[in-house]
Ligand binder design. Sequence first.
Ligand code: ZN
Length: 138
Amino acid sequence: MSSRPSPRVNEINRPFWEACNDGKLVLQRCLSSKCAQFVYYPRVCCPHCGGGDLQWTEVSGRGRILSYTAVHRPQHESFYPEAPIQFIAVSLNEGPLMYSRLLELSSDDGDVLDRAVQVVFVDHGNGDKVPFFKLVRD
Ligand SMILES: [Zn+2]
């Protein structure tokens, strides 16, 4: 069994991954007062207004499931033991869309579309943590 593929950390996204390792979800936020939108994935300039001043900001880690699917045949063999993987598109409360995985899904959960989720940080096996999500249970 090969090891899991690691996130490709670079100069632009390094603060994101370092925050994950500290158990925090951070997004870039545009410093233009006319824009002020959150940005994900990490970039060098704002995709909304083109401004170049982005600041890393800790966010709630909460959102809603916009779409999901079960992956029965992962592309990388290191994920085979975890299949089926619940792959989700999360609409974060701060605005951006993030693709991730839904953990701890049970057969009693039914349709998860539009359900509230909360980020959890999971060890990726090499000491690094990655952001996944679990349902918010009232
Ligand atoms: Zn902007």
